[in-house]
Ligand binder design. Structure first.
Ligand code: SF4
Length: 327
């Protein structure tokens, strides 16, 4: 069975943007591939943070993933810092990665521009990313089209390490390929930018229904639909795109007709969306509550995931060190 690896930042509870954009897809993939899903807390410490807050965000993310349907009996779910082999391999890869390649990474340029003092970890972030993937010799990484280039550095690291230390006719690390997945780019409720916690335009995956409605009610719609009698253009409205994500096809069709003929107002439209969202989100919210109430079980799940990951990671590192004359 081909192997996939995917990481997610410990940003706390999921919001519907990262649920629809990535995690819902992982739930489908987990039974089709040998799947490793990792909460990448070592990546999260490359920007300023509070220690106690990070631990809570990591746990909240684990709860969200499990509540969304990530099943630890089918896949391996673990926290990156519980598997120290990630950083060990990253150090090794630092010795084959050209500095120029790292400095050219768009993500580094963007993140470092926002900071007064730039830590080396921010520059070396993609090296750790390569270690995350290659440690498990993952064949593929689930990505959307816009993320394909992020994988290129991991492929380059694999090539460089293989060229230096593996026999020419038998490369040790596979070059991980993108597993192109149908991703949805979910806009925030302000309708201006991608849904993101830092922009405060999110709907939490496990948020209470009352709070969700309070956010949906004033959410931005088609700006040209000023009066109730103005026909709207569904394609330019974020609410319509959320319908596409949560409502059945016949409802989506109904929305398009009602909107473009001014058959209903935006609040009617949002009420229908709210009901569709509730159908999908209520079971997730209930599961999250159950998992949160059993913290010991959560600890056990994460410890078991880390143990499985460490076993595989340890094998790779032993072989890598052997081939490099280390240890
Ligand atoms: S009726 Fe619905 S789809 Fe049309 S503009 Fe209003 S909220 Fe958007």
């Amino acid at each position: 069975m081909p192997r996939i690896f995917s990481g997610i930042q410990p940003s706390g509870e999921l919001h519907i943007g990262n649920y629809l954009g990535a995690v819902k897809n992982w739930v489908t993939l987990q039974s089709q591939y040998d799947s490793l899903f990792c909460i990448v807390d070592y990546h999260a410490i490359t920007v300023p943070y509070e220690a106690a807050d990070l631990r809570q965000r990591t746990r909240d993310m684990a709860i969200s993933l499990l509540a969304s349907g990530i099943d630890p009996s089918v896949c391996t779910l673990f926290v990156q810092s519980m598997v120290p082999e990630h950083t060990e391999l990253a150090w090794i890869f630092n010795t084959v990665t050209p500095l120029g390649e790292l400095e050219r990474q768009t993500q580094f340029k963007e993140k470092s521009a926002k900071q007064e003092s730039i830590v080396a970890g921010l520059l070396n972030y993609p090296v750790l990313q390569a270690a995350d993937i290659l440690l498990y010799k993952a064949d593929m990484v689930p990505v959307g089209e816009d993320q394909v280039q992020h994988l290129e550095l991991s492929r380059e690291v694999a090539r460089r390490w293989n060229a230096k230390f593996a026999p020419e006719d038998s490369p040790y690390f596979p070059e991980p390929k993108p597993l192109l997945t149908p991703t949805r780019r979910i806009m925030g409720l302000d309708g201006l930018a991608k849904m993101s916690k830092s922009l405060g335009n999110t709907v939490g995956l496990v948020e209470e229904p009352g709070a969700i409605w309070e956010k949906l009610r004033p959410a931005v719609t088609d700006p040209k639909r000023v009066r109730r009698t103005d026909p709207g253009t569904p394609e330019v409205c974020n609410i319509y795109h959320l319908h596409k994500a949560f409502s059945p096809p016949e409802t989506v069709e109904h929305v398009a007709v009602q909107c473009s003929t001014a058959g209903w107002g935006c609040i009617d439209c949002k009420k229908v969306l709210f009901e569709s969202m509730e159908k999908e989100l209520r079971p997730i919210r209930e599961r999250a509550l159950e998992i949160r109430a059993r913290q010991n079980d959560l600890d056990e799940i994460l410890a078991a995931g880390a143990a499985t990951a460490r076993k595989r990671a340890g094998e790779t590192l032993r072989e890598v060190k052997e081939m490099m004359g280390l240890g």
